[in-house]
Design a protein around this ligand. Structure first.
Ligand SMILES: Nc1ncnc2c1ncn2[C@@H]1O[C@H](COP(=O)(O)OP(=O)(O)O)[C@@H](O)[C@H]1O
Ligand SMILES: [Mg+2]
Length: 248
């Protein structure tokens, strides 16, 4: 087992309204898992992923990664985890504009391995991954000169650069055309077969068969959908109002 998530909850306050973005979420992820999470926009998927990678502190519950409670690590230790054992592909724009595409992809490998030879090794590997992503010709460019889809592929390449044991991807193919998205999903399938666990949020129903487990997020509650169509039991009813209630 790589991840153990227990009773995870996050409450946000907006104006006078308090609402649960994630509530009483518990599940485990094995090294062999490719987990796909779907759900409507605003249902709490990114909130959940950010708690899993230690970017966001939960209000309740805990996340254990390889046996260690992420909340008990220092900021430095959490950052080191995200730049080594866990590959993160966040939602939205996350590239550094002052760095070239190649250096953006190299960065996680060089943060804790300074020196000329570490950079050379990282650059060699980064070029291979960029080729796999179909964007090796953009290595010397700066991210601002790239299309949204090309930037997305750079972020995916960066997430894969450290050969993480777990890849956490938040709508990784959101800006991509269907053909490129299918190619990226093929790469995910390949790295999963080579031993990397994956947790991926997606809006595309076509992507679900690539995974071996499917979860749905609904108003902050996560349920697993089993192959026979049954669902894991729901968490207890929410005590807080949910933001989407205000649209009903
Ligand atoms: N920092 C924040 N403060 C207040 N509300 C937030 C914050 N971040 C997210 N939310 C709200 O929490 C809900 C869940 O957001 P999010 O996790 O981004 O959903 P998803 O990724 O499923 O679209 C949304 O209603 C969003 O507006
Ligand atoms: Mg999101």
């Amino acid at each position: 087992m790589i991840f153990s998530i227990s009773g995870l909850g996050k409450t946000y306050k907006r104006g006078e309204m308090v609402f649960s973005a994630a509530e009483n979420i518990s599940f485990m992820v094995d090294r062999q898992d490719f987990v796909c999470i779907t759900g409507e926009s605003g249902s709490g998927k990114s909130t959940l992923l950010n708690m899993l990678t230690g970017l966001l502190q939960p209000d309740e519950g805990f996340v254990r990664f390889e046996g260690r409670n992420i909340a008990e690590l220092s900021d430095d230790e959490r950052a080191r985890l995200r730049n080594s054992r866990i590959g993160c592909i966040p939602q939205g724009y996350s590239l550094l504009n002052n760095f070239t595409v190649l250096d953006n992809v190299c960065l996680p490998c060089c943060l804790y391995n300074a020196g000329r030879s570490a950079y050379k090794d990282a650059a060699k590997k980064a070029r291979l991954i960029l080729r796999r992503m179909g964007i090796s010709h953009l290595a010397a460019e700066h991210p601002r000169n790239l299309s949204g889809g090309e930037q997305r592929r750079v972020a995916i390449a960066r997430g894969m650069a450290t050969d993480p044991v777990l890849l956490v991807a938040d709508e990784p193919t959101g800006d991509l055309d269907p053909k490129t998205a299918a190619a990226i999903l093929g790469v995910f399938g390949e790295i999963h077969r080579n031993g990397t666990a994956i947790i991926m949020v997606t809006h595309e129903k076509d992507h679900i068969p690539f995974a071996n487990r499917h979860f749905v997020m609904e108003r902050g509650q996560l349920q697993e959908i089993f192959p026979d169509g049954t669902r894991s039991s729901a968490a207890p009813a929410a005590e807080h109002a949910c933001i989407s209630d205000s649209f009903k």
